[in-house]
Structure formats: structure tokens, C-alpha cells
Design a protein around this ligand. Structure first.
Ligand code: ATP
Ligand code: ATP
Ligand code: MG
Ligand code: MG
Lengths: 259, 259
């Protein structure tokens, strides 16, 4: 049974996609079978692995609407062990279609049902969520075992954490009691600014046991990588951010008790 | 009749809130009567002006659901000429409630109707949109005269522009033919990186006539300002980013033929 993690935070631009892509890549490089699932209509995870979201079909949209089985949408990538369930812009329409379902539980459990047949084929299934707490993200939370929360080292990124925690609690209480907060990870840390340090201290104060003991430094190499269609840890393997993503991945694997 | 602009881009973290807040502040400082409307459940524009979104009531949520008239939710701020129609986290629930309305046009025209009584009291109404192309943003597009698109100087920020343009075209064709693209503005430009220059060139190539002829430089002073509850142009008036926001505001006012 593959472990399933979702990278979620409704604050935009905090590094959800970059973290999901690089953790997936690091795990695959160490021999794990990983499926990255793009659950964002922006399809940035799909682009980051070199595919054109406008040309992928079937994608997660067809899977969510039961037009295709999940396995039919899975694609292999250039990297051994790393597979992708891509998104396309049509995913923006899925929310309205799911909202129209008569049964409230069916609306939020659709992704979990559609992914169930896939779980045994992978060691990890990693979900990249959109910047919202709407139906797509709730589907992702219901389908995951744990939540990994990237937190940008910016003041405005602090604000939304309580709303996110409330949503996780709501999902635990209503449909998925075993969902856990796997951890928070500080991203785009700039050691030259006081702000980064202040935000890091604040997050540590509120989440002392759930904050991964590292920071992902700001590094332009990370933001260049998507234009080459490859994960930052392959594009610039010796960059400080790449080293930090490998450390984060080791901590996730160790915490899971994976050999 | 006040002019209405929406700051929209579904890509997260590109500077929508920062741009809306600083343009609103600059206009108010030059004597215009400005209403900033926070249409994002994250309520970052509300926080950026020093209010606590969890304590504001009524907010835009009650206005959208016809529980309170817009005027009742408007608050004055510390700065003369600058008023705020705040958001609160409850706004996240508005989408589901609007979606339940039987008439498709009523769903997307709600904000426009609710703001109509306000227009004469202000020179400008500026709307800060959430990072999505869902019902809230479509309501904002239907209520606006023009769209201002902040574009972060990052590769992934380029990807989503075509989806945004398609959504604007859809709104023009279905409900609001007079909606215009007022302009794009490059944000968080870092002149030390090749990436910023490449993205700027790419945006200029695709939108030569609609790109405002300036860049908003990356500046930590801008991201510190929200923690003090004040716009960056007041918190750090001599910073390069503050100067750039004043220039942007001048260009908007000049283009509107406003004395
Ligand atoms: N460590 C880093 N250093 C520098 N830039 C980074 C870093 N991590 C991510 N970025 C860049 O910051 C931007 C935002 O990151 P990303 O797109 O991963 O965030 P996100 O939370 O997935 O955004 P969205 O909310 O739109 O889904 C991207 O342009 C990305 O390339
Ligand atoms: N010129 C700038 N220089 C440095 N930091 C900036 C600048 N403009 C904005 N920021 C910071 O970048 C982050 C993202 O900006 P902002 O929140 O305004 O974007 P947004 O598009 O409104 O995000 P969302 O998609 O979550 O609504 C914030 O922490 C903000 O303080
Ligand atoms: Mg993303
Ligand atoms: Mg915002």
C-alpha cells in the first residue's frame, strides 16, 4: 500500500508545486516508485516535468469525472521510478461538476475512490494541491494519509495557517479520521532578511513538533528548473535548495520507517 | 461613476494583493476617494490595512449573500480617502452558496449588483481577487471595468496567462462585453537574475501594448509592510518598489484621463 501525501496550502506561491516535484524526484532517484498527482488546474507540476498540459489526455479531469480509469492517465517520465498523473486546464470545470452530485460525501470522496486501484503499484503517491480550500483540495485531503504544508517565509503566509488547520480538522471529523499533519516545511528562506528569521521563529513557536528541522533556501536555480521541464534537484543538484530538498526527503522517509 | 479595476491572476503569490493595496494607497494619497474590496477568503488585503479578518462583520461575505448592504460593510482606514470593504474567512463558503442559485447569470452578477449603489461615492473601486478562476473571480470580472494583471517574473507565472485571457474573453462574450484588459504589470523583478529579464521579454513579446512600461522590483520592505498593517508605499516610501508603485499609479490615472 503506497503512502499518500498531499502538499497543501491555500496561500498562493508558497512552493507547493516545487516541493512536491522535488520530493517526488528525490524519492525516485533513491529507487522508490513514485506517482506525482497534479490536482491544480494551473497544471504546474505537469509543466515542471516537461509535459504540455494542453495536450495531455486523459488527465486527472477525466479520472475525477469517471471518464477514464486512473491507470489510463498515468504517464512515465524521463526519470526511472517517477510517474505522473497530469492535470489539464479542463480541471477547472471539475469543481462545478462535482458540486452538482447529490450526495455530499460522494463529492469529497471521488479522488480517493479513483486512486484506490493505483495504491499497490507505488511506494508513494504525492498530490500537488491548488491554492484554495475548495472541493479539489478537500478531495485531495480525503485521499491522502498525511498533509505536508510548505510555508513561505513571508508574513502573509503565516496568516492562512489557522484556516488550513481548521480545514484539516474538518476533514478529520467528517470523512477521514486517520488523516495526519505530516509536517510543515519553510520555503524560500532568505537568511539576509530579518523577516525570514521572524517568520521561521513564529512557525516554530506554533508548530514546534511538526516543523521539519530545516529550511529550503531561496535559490534562483529552483525557479529556473521548470523552464527546462525538470526538477530542481536534477537541474542544479549541488545548489543549496537541492541539498535541502534531499534532506527533507530523507526526513520524510526516515519518519515513515522506510528502509 | 467610480472606475472599477480588478487585480486578477490565478497563479498564486504573484503580487495581486500587494499591487491592489499599494495602488489604492497611492491614489488616496493623491486625493482620490478609493474603495479597496477584498474578494479573497484569505483576506490578505484586509490584513494588509491593519484589520483582523476574523473580527470584521459584516464583510464581503454578508454583502454577497444579501445579508447586509455593501455600504454597511465599508470601513474607513487610518488613511484619508482610503476605505475598505473587508473579507473574512467565511467568504470561502460563498462559492457553494452562489453555485446553488438556479439562474446561471445571477451567480456571476451578484457582486456587480451589490456594488452598484456604491459606485458614485468613490473615484476608484479596486478589487483584490483570490488565486483562482472560480466563481468569486468571475464575479469580480463581471463587476469591473478593467483587469490589471500582476505577473511575477518567474517561469511558472507565464504559464497561466493564456488561461486567464481565455477567462476574460469568456466573461466579455457571455456577460460583460465592455470589460477591458487594462494592463499587465511585472512584479518582484530581480535585476540580478537572467530569469527575470527572460520573463519580462517574453511578457513584452506577447503583450507589447498592454504591458505597463515599468517593473516593480523585489524589495523585502514590501513584504515587511503587511506585518505593520500598512501599505508598502507608506511603510517604506523611498524604497525602489514604492517608487515603482507610485509610477504605476500615475500611469493608470493618466491613461484614464483623470486630472
Ligand atoms: N526555493 C526557491 N527559491 C526560489 N524560487 C522558488 C523556490 N521554490 C519555489 N520557487 C519559485 O517560486 C514560485 C512559487 O512556487 P510554486 O509555484 O512552487 O508555489 P505554489 O505554492 O505551488 O504556487 P500556487 O499557489 O500558484 O500553486 C515559482 O515561480 C517557483 O519557481
Ligand atoms: N515587490 C515585492 N518584493 C518583495 N516581496 C513582495 C513584493 N510584492 C509582494 N511581495 C511578497 O510576496 C508575497 C506574495 O505577494 P501577494 O500576497 O501580494 O501575492 P498574491 O498574488 O496576492 O498572492 P495570493 O495568490 O495568495 O493571493 C507576499 O508575501 C508579499 O509580501
Ligand atoms: Mg502550485
Ligand atoms: Mg492575494
Amino acid at each position: 500500500m503506497g503512502r499518500r501525501y498531499i502538499f497543501a496550502n491555500q496561500k498562493g506561491g508558497v512552493g507547493k508545486t516545487t516541493t512536491a516535484v522535488n520530493v517526488a524526484a528525490a524519492m525516485a532517484a533513491w529507487g522508490f516508485r513514485v506517482l506525482l498527482i497534479d490536482l491544480d488546474p494551473q497544471s504546474n507540476a505537469t509543466t515542471s516535468l516537461g509535459l504540455d498540459p494542453r495536450r495531455v489526455s486523459p488527465s486527472i479531469y477525466e479520472v475525477m469525472l469517471e471518464l477514464a480509469p486512473a491507470q489510463a492517465a498515468v504517464r512515465s517520465t524521463r526519470w526511472k521510478g517517477l510517474s505522473l498523473l497530469p492535470a489539464s486546464p479542463s480541471l477547472a470545470g471539475a469543481t462545478v461538476e462535482l458540486q452538482a452530485l447529490p450526495d455530499a460525501r460522494a463529492r469529497v470522496l471521488r479522488l480517493r475512490e479513483r486512486l484506490a486501484p493505483l495504491s499497490d503499484g507505488y511506494d508513494y503517491l504525492l498530490i500537488d494541491a491548488p491554492p484554495s480550500l475548495g472541493l479539489l483540495t478537500v478531495n485531495g485531503l480525503a485521499a491522502a494519509d498525511g498533509v505536508i504544508v510548505p510555508v513561505q517565509c513571508e508574513y502573509l503566509a503565516l496568516e492562512g495557517l489557522s484556516q488550513l488547520m481548521q480545514t484539516i480538522t474538518m476533514v478529520q471529523r467528517s470523512i477521514h479520521p486517520r488523516l495526519v499533519l505530516r509536517g510543515l516545511v519553510l520555503t524560500m528562506y532568505d537568511r539576509r532578511t530579518v523577516l525570514s528569521r521572524q517568520v521561521a521563529e513564529e512557525v516554530h513557536r506554533h508548530f514546534p513538533r511538526q516543523l521539519f528541522p530545516l529550511v529550503i533556501p531561496r535559490s534562483v536555480r529552483m525557479s529556473e528548473a521548470p523552464s527546462f521541464g525538470e526538477p530542481g534537484i536534477f537541474y542544479a543538484p549541488r545548489s543549496p535548495a537541492a541539498r535541502a530538498y534531499r534532506k527533507l526527503t530523507r526526513l520524510i522517509l526516515l519518519g515513515d520507517g522506510v528502509p
